[in-house]
Design a protein around this ligand. Structure first.
Ligand code: GCU
Length: 460
């Protein structure tokens, strides 16, 4: 608890060093983590993960100077259809990995083309008791888009997230240093992905090796990583109907990732816990491929698919920092509609005045205390910006108390907006707690509140 995070936003000059193979200094924290992983001390690893992240160690830099100058771009200009296809443009091959390299049953999938330079490398691990056979369908699929992929199984089927993270890093090291395809790989562009306990493993690997370009957790079970210290761009994907690793569990980790780290939360419509397993999942891949392209290849041609989300097929929820490259994250505020539970409206939900978002607005009763209340989640304790959208066709301002978690913190007054269908936004700054918070607008005169449309909350 109370971990301090020092994040230094890289300058554009530093960003250009990203693929130059700059050596990482071995900080005390890294040594601690190394010791922890070497001796299997999960608690120590967790503590190390929760520690201060040294700014100088952050090797992640964003942004190509320009697309035309991007030496890491591979393949033709993508389209909505091409990113959803089960094959990219590269012919692929695969090769089995001998045992004894720190993981088991490894298979490498790679583009056969050697004419275009090297490719980024991805390590992929399944979940608790999971087999690579269940995810094997992803191997040639990913490779055909221009990545070298190593899939494998955990040494012990019951290995937890930290052990899987260690094995992901071992697999990457094998791939880039000793494998028969090492010459095809750019060792400075590596990434991890995993399902369930393997998704937690991907986060664990990223927390220990911040030079990774990205980490993707598919229904990730995150036990040992303090996501508040995550500096590697992370995509967390949840299944809407997953009762094991629930959407709210995954979304909570998404919120914990600092706003200065690029991140994305995606929820797949109707999907259960096994959404990556056995059956090829095109909805998953059409998000995973652009994400890897953006962060491993700095390929901004793929930003159009994710930022904002172009294709909502099979997606029930999405949040992300946008733009994803270049320039770094601008967290999108989370919108809470006044008409949607758990919001409370002491009055009626109406829709007779146009211009509202969602399906209506809160027309509070004309009485003292007839409130509109929102329940909002915050990943960490800290300052949040609230933007309340309202309309008031009267000329008399309507005063209220803003009550956050039971305490009055502001006394805003809502002026007349000229008409009941003229909506304006009032901005207020508050402190929120990590977790759930109640935000109540409590009118202090018998006129009640103006009509309330929604509340937007930005926590960074
Ligand atoms: C009008 C208007 C309502 C509004 C009310 C008020 O009746 O149509 O939408 O809530 O005035 O004064 O609050």
């Amino acid at each position: 608890m109370g971990a301090q995070v020092h994040i230094r936003r890289p300058s554009s000059t530093q960003r250009s060093e990203v693929h130059a193979g700059r050596a990482e200094p071995r900080s005390p924290n890294r040594v601690l983590r190394w010791l922890a992983s070497a001796f299997g001390l999960a608690l120590l690893a967790a503590l190390a993960g929760a520690g201060t992240a040294p700014a100088a160690e952050n090797p992640y830099q964003r942004g190509p100077a320009a697309v035309a100058e991007n030496p890491y771009q591979r393949g033709p200009d993508p389209t909505r259809d091409s990113v959803a296809a089960s094959r990219g443009t590269f012919a692929t091959a695969s090769v089995k990995v001998p045992e004894g390299n720190g993981f088991t049953k490894g298979v490498i999938y790679y583009p056969t083309d050697t004419s275009q330079g090297t490719f980024g490398a991805i390590a992929f691990v399944p979940g608790y008791n999971g087999s690579w056979a269940a995810l094997e369908w992803t191997g040639h699929w990913l490779a055909s888009f221009g990545f070298v992929v190593i899939g494998f199984e955990a040494i012990n089927p019951g290995d937890r997230d930290t052990a899987r993270g260690t094995q992901l890093l071992a697999a990457l090291d094998y791939l880039t240093q000793r494998s028969p395809v090492r010459d095809r790989i750019d060792p400075n562009r590596t990434a991890v992905i995993g399902h369930s306990m393997g998704g937690g493993g991907a986060m664990s690997a990223a927390s220990r090796r911040p030079s990774l370009k990205t980490a993707i957790g598919l229904a990730p079970a995150i036990f040992s990583t303090d996501m508040r210290t995550m500096r590697v761009p992370a995509m967390l994907m949840a299944g809407q109907n997953d009762g094991t690793v629930t959407p709210s569990y995954v979304k909570n980790f998404y919120h914990q990732i600092p706003g200065s780290t690029e991140k994305s939360y995606l929820e797949l419509t109707g999907a259960g816990h096994g959404f990556p397993s056995w059956t090829p999942n095109s909805v998953m891949m059409r998000k995973v491929i652009p994400w890897f392209k953006i962060f491993m290849d700095n390929d901004v041609r793929y930003s159009q698919f994710l930022c904002p989300l172009m294709d909502w097929t099979g997606v029930s929820a999405h949040q992300s920092t946008c733009p994803l490259l270049p320039g770094g994250p601008t967290p999108t505020p989370t919108r809470y509609e006044a008409e949607n539970s758990p919001a409370v409206c002491t009055g009626t939900i109406d829709s007779n005045h146009t211009g509202y978002t969602g399906t209506g607005f809160c027309n509070g009763d004309s009485a003292v205390g007839a409130h509109a209340q929102f329940t909002v989640e915050a990943g960490t304790t800290g300052t949040a910006t609230l933007r309340l959208r309202f309309a008031s066709g009267t000329t008399t301002a309507r005063p209220a108390s803003l009550i956050v978690n039971g305490s009055t913190v502001h006394t805003p007054s809502f002026e007349g907006t000229g008409a009941w269908n003229t909506w304006v936004t009032q901005t207020l700054t508050v402190t929120l707690n990590a977790g759930s918070n109640t935000i109540r607008f409590h009118p202090t005169t018998s006129a009640g509140l103006p009509n309330i449309d929604h509340l937007e909350v930005s926590t960074t």
